[in-house]
Write a protein that binds this ligand. Structure first.
Ligand code: FES
Length: 97
């Protein structure tokens, strides 16, 4: 399955293999494209993406817990390290400030 990353320089497509997180797929293409300070352990919240289109898949309890801790209320914001995309996904990578 492929996921489209929307960016100022144009859209880029990454392939996500079954069981792979969106963060792992992006990092496999280019580790510099996404910040993930905890390496995908669902601790830091730096791997945020904004869902522009498509099904981002179910949210697990770890992601829901960290979202509450970080006061992330926008349902379009997800943590790429916890996402197992379903189909037709197009996202913006949110760079931490
Ligand atoms: S990489 Fe740290 S929460 Fe996703």
């Amino acid at each position: 399955m492929s996921v489209t990353l929307h960016g100022a320089g144009g859209d880029v497509t990454v392939d996500v293999t079954p069981g792979q997180s969106l963060y792992q797929a992006i990092a496999a293409r280019d580790r510099g494209m996404i910040t993930a300070l905890c390496g995908g352990c669902c601790i830091c919240g730096t791997c945020r993406v904004r869902i522009l289109e498509g099904d981002s898949g179910p949210m697990g309890p770890d992601e829901a817990h960290l979202r509450r801790q970080l006061a992330i209320t926008d349902p379009a914001i997800r943590l790429a390290c916890q996402m197992r995309p379903v189909c037709g996904l197009r996202v913006d990578i949110i760079q931490p400030e």
